[in-house]
Design a protein around this ligand. Structure first.
Ligand SMILES: CC/C=C\CC/C=C/CC(=O)SCCNC(=O)CCNC(=O)[C@H](O)C(C)(C)COP(=O)(O)OP(=O)(O)OC[C@H]1O[C@@H](n2cnc3c(N)ncnc32)[C@H](O)[C@@H]1OP(=O)(O)O
Length: 244
């Protein structure tokens, strides 16, 4: 089991992304480890997505390093040879949703206050093509298109209805259910499951691998624009105001 633990909201900072990638690599290289449940140890939050402060007022070099780390975590989770189950025990916007979408199976706590989705458009930013591809592969083109354009955050019941999460369970049963799902998936021979997973996901993975540097350049140019920086600052201010 891998528990994200970076209070207050598990925002995916460069540091957390780096630690996450190292932990995944260790598990991946451990032949005895055939599956991983990804969850959070922060109450009510799975992950608040990418750390917005990493994308605000920093240097081009920093944006480059940060985006490479974001790509890396997606590549590692999406193409993991292990069975990956997301036990979504709290809200999971944007990058948090991407982590869950990249797993093989998603179980979410049945709490209508928890939300999940790719809400980038609400921040005035655009989800990159590989976020979009991952989303389309889970919910289909029409639902992904509407949800992405509107930057929708879906409540847990709505997310289940759309197929964004596979199952809803009462909060106290989440880990038990995740373990049961893991056992079900691990009952199959690894090689057949792994080759099937690769067959299904390879085109999307290859697309980023082939355009990785271009994608970084695109991100750095986009995020460095004063208009985008302004949108992000306003969004952070809105988060702080909402609190007070
Ligand atoms: C070409 C491609 C270009 C661009 C692509 C870039 C892709 C980006 C994908 C992303 O992931 S962007 C991040 C999107 N994330 C969000 O929109 C989530 C924002 N946060 C929230 O909605 C809420 O914080 C929450 C529902 C996760 C939790 O709510 P609550 O428990 O009420 O906590 P607070 O709102 O009070 O937050 C506590 C604290 O944490 C700060 N914070 C929250 N989220 C982030 C974040 N993603 N990055 C950095 N910091 C975050 C928040 O401002 C509070 O800070 P204080 O200093 O006021 O304590």
């Amino acid at each position: 089991m891998m528990k994200l633990k970076s209070p207050p909201v598990n925002s995916l900072s460069l540091e957390l992304l780096t630690e996450f990638a190292i932990s995944l690599e260790k598990l991946e290289n451990n032949r005895a480890c055939r599956g991983v449940i990804i969850t959070s140890s922060v109450p009510k939050i799975f992950s608040s997505g990418l750390d917005i402060t990493e994308m605000c007022g920093k240097s081009m070099e920093h944006y480059t390093e940060f985006w490479r780390a974001v790509q890396e975590i997606w590549l590692r989770v999406y193409s993991s040879s292990m069975v990956t189950v997301a036990a979504v025990n709290g809200s999971s916007p944007a990058g948090g949703c991407l982590i869950a979408l990249s797993c093989d199976y998603r179980i979410m706590a049945e709490n209508p206050k928890f939300s999940i989705g790719l809400n980038e458009a609400q921040l005035g930013i655009v989800a990159p093509f590989w976020f979009k591809d991952t989303f389309v592969n889970v919910v289909g083109h029409r639902i992904a298109e509407r949800s992405l354009q509107l930057g929708s955050l879906h409540s847990a019941p709505e997310a289940h209805k759309l197929g964004l999460v596979d199952e809803l369970v009462p909060e106290e049963k989440l880990m038990e259910k995740a373990a049961a799902v893991m056992a079900q998936w691990l009952a199959l021979p690894d090689h057949a499951r792994q080759l099937t997973k690769t067959m299904m996901r390879k085109p999307v993975v290859d697309r980023l691998v082939a355009h990785r540097e271009e994608d970084i350049k695109n991100f750095v140019t986009f995020i460095s624009k004063e208009s985008i920086q302004k949108s992000l600052r306003m969004y952070m201010e809105m988060l702080k105001k909402r609190k007070s």
